[in-house]
Design a protein around this ligand. Structure first.
Ligand SMILES: [Zn+2]
Length: 138
């Protein structure tokens, strides 16, 4: 499916989808998967990814591209409500992991999407938020 290195998936997000690397999954569809960023810029910071390994978002085929944004459209308002934020910001950069990922972030002020704000979250926080969002997105 993705890139292989010595028979192992080289891509960390492909390994997350396979379950080889644990994640705080919050939602899964047929072609897309959503989990918590463990270094959130705000609580409830979700990463939404296609199950198919593609590096650049604009290299997705049309169906995958539309499906990705349809999934973001479904999850975004639910995330806003669950986290009681003013808005949900959406960002795609892709410097960290070369596998398309949409950041969905509950935000209350300008510039909160700034990746330099990322901080490690406690296991308790991640567990609590994941449980809330699993219920919300179900
Ligand atoms: Zn991948």
């Amino acid at each position: 499916m993705g890139l292989f290195l010595n028979g192992m998936q080289a891509c960390i997000f492909c390994r997350v989808i396979e379950g080889a690397v644990p994640s705080y999954k919050v939602w899964e569809g047929e072609s897309f998967y959503a989990f918590l960023d463990i270094n959130p810029v705000n609580p409830g910071h979700v990463l939404l990814i296609p199950k198919k390994h593609v590096d650049f978002v604009f290299d997705l085929d049309d169906d995958s591209y539309q499906g990705l944004f349809n999934a973001a459209k479904r999850l975004g308002p639910l995330l806003k409500k669950a986290m009681n934020s003013k808005r949900v910001g959406m960002a795609i950069e892709g410097f960290g992991v070369p596998h398309v990922h949409v950041h969905l972030v509950p935000v209350n002020h300008r510039n909160e999407l700034n990746p330099l704000r990322a901080r490690g979250a406690s296991q308790e926080e991640l567990k609590r938020v994941a449980a809330l969002l699993q219920k919300t997105f179900a």
